[in-house]
Design a protein around this ligand. Structure first.
Ligand SMILES: [Zn+2]
Length: 58
């Protein structure tokens, strides 16, 4: 069985795992208006924006 010659450095190990360190849970997107997590294809509950327009006036 092939064995690594060198111990993997912390930088190499952490950069390998970096794509998994996403701040947004699966099934969520980020509001382009206020950058808070929101459900995709739905009006943002924080800023009431959808497709760049405020769709709910309060
Ligand atoms: Zn928003």
């Amino acid at each position: 069985m092939a064995v690594p010659k060198r111990k993997t450095s912390k930088a190499k190990r952490d950069s390998r795992r970096a794509p998994n360190m996403r701040m947004i849970a699966p099934g969520l997107s980020v509001c382009p208006q206020c950058h808070s997590p929101k459900l995709p294809h739905r009006v943002c509950p924080v800023c009431n924006y959808y497709d760049g327009k405020k769709v709910i006036e309060d």
